[in-house]
Design a protein around this ligand. Structure first.
Ligand code: ASP
Ligand code: MG
Length: 421
């Protein structure tokens, strides 16, 4: 059995859905589970809709109508009509999205709304496959993936989900169409696993069912060693280890969701990233061994803030305070990307988020001084010679630089004009 995952871009219109159908037919082995995201940018649209419902703003109507229009247009182009199997469920799901009961818990309400993107896209793909003669089974992944009540960032209960996956998916043969990103909470509502979470769903299902392989179909030829938009000579990496790709994803490479590596790695399931535009070409293979040849890799994480937290009373940061500071940042959901420890201060590169950092300042204010600098970039270099790193940093002001072996991570200003310190 194999698992395929298709993101929103691959399904963005009728042509995209037809292409995905072709890939399923041409490339699939005997049993296949297909995990899909919402079509195009509909998750973002539904987020806007949920926010405007909550604020009771005039935008609410427009966002919902756009969501409806996007899907009805695709149904028309695919010629999916009333008589076709699945049509009623699709329309029902679209209509229900506009009538979700308000809730005092915004995250819970939002999850009930945005999950419909994945439900509708999977229903459309299933219906189109049937209409064009390919039998398949649509499965509601919420019957399988059970989570806690931490809406918008729910944690999966693996014991329960594993049993469900074996019972529900394990019994089916042929093609199954299901959804990424969503699950069912302890209290019985729909939950979501965090944005871009469909990769994670695909590898989790692969893990539970001991899949032979998981393929993530993307708009790039595979995993690239730099952003091809910025570096025209960026190259595809043919083979890479789970550990290296996890480091790249953590450093900010967008190609895979960082959470999606562990489930594949823990069952040694080969993970492939392939192009849905050129499905006949080999993509990138991720496995335990990776390749001996490690190409240079550059990953830039934008919108970073530099934080320096210093003890007011001159006590050592490490022994006395580091634990407390990190716990607080975790509580405030501040994502730490780099840490550097000095005697009485600690420096961080964190994702910029004004409100959270303001809260942090309030909470640590009594015992610590907090210095903040925003609009920075975290440059991550793997396997790059010092000379190339120097060239790339030329004219940028550096705040933190951490070098370990052949890897170097530098938090710096985003423009070249500030002088180096
Ligand atoms: N549709 C969700 C999102 O846009 C999940 C995903 O695409 O993986 O974040
Ligand atoms: Mg998406």
């Amino acid at each position: 059995m194999q698992v395929y995952k298709f993101g929103g871009l691959s399904l963005k219109d009728a042509v995209g859905i037809k292409n995905v159908t072709e890939i399923i037919l041409r490339h699939r082995k005997e049993n296949l589970i297909v995990i899909v995201s919402a079509i195009g940018k509909n998750t973002r649209l539904l987020c806007k809709y949920a926010e405007s419902c909550f604020a009771d703003s005039a935008e609410k109507e427009k966002s919902y109508l756009d969501f409806q229009k996007n899907h009805v247009e695709i149904l028309n182009e695919l010629n999916i009509r009333e008589k076709d199997e699945g049509y009623d469920q699709i329309m029902d799901c679209i209509l229900k999205t506009g009538n979700i009961r308000m809730d005092s818990n915004f995250e819970r309400f939002s999850d009930q709304v945005i999950s419909n993107g994945e439900l509708v896209s999977s229903m459309i793909l299933s219906s189109y496959l049937k209409k064009t003669g390919t039998d398949n089974q649509w499965i509601d992944i919420r019957e399988v993936l059970k989570t806690d009540n931490h809406y918008s960032q729910a944690h999966v209960n693996h014991e329960e989900s594993l049993v469900n996956a074996k019972n529900i998916f394990g019994k089916q043969k042929g093609i199954i169409i299901s959804q990424g990103f969503i699950g069912r909470s302890e209290e019985g509502f729909t939950s979501t696993l965090g944005f871009e979470g469909s990769d994670y769903t695909a590898t989790l299902i692969g893990n539970y069912l001991d899949a032979e392989k998981v393929i993530i179909w993307k708009d790039v030829p595979g995993i690239m060693n730099a952003d091809p938009g910025k570096y025209p000579d960026a190259m595809k990496i043919d083979r890479i280890s789970y550990e290296d790709i996890l480091n790249y994803a953590h450093a900010g490479a967008k190609v895979l969701h960082p959470k999606s590596i562990k489930p594949a790695r823990n069952k040694n399931i080969p993970l492939e990233v392939k192009s849905y535009r050129n499905p006949q070409l080999a993509g990138s293979l991720i496995d335990e061994k990776g390749s001996e040849i490690k190409p240079p890799v550059i990953i830039v994480k934008k919108d970073q803030a530099y934080l320096r937290i210093k003890c007011r009373d001159f006590s050592f940061i490490l022994e006395d305070h580091l634990n407390e500071i990190i716990k607080l940042m975790h509580k405030l959901n501040i994502s730490i990307n780099l840490i550097n420890i000095n005697a009485i201060s600690v420096e961080f590169s964190v994702d910029r988020h004004d409100l959270k950092i303001k809260k942090l300042r309030e909470e640590v204010g009594k015992s610590f001084q907090l210095y903040l600098k925003e609009k920075l970039e975290l440059w991550n270099f793997f396997n790059l010679p010092d000379k190339s790193i120097r060239d790339k940093m030329d004219g940028k002001k550096e705040f933190i630089r951490i070098q370990s072996g052949k890897n170097c991570r530098i938090l710096c200003s985003s423009n070249q004009n500030e002088l180096n310190i």
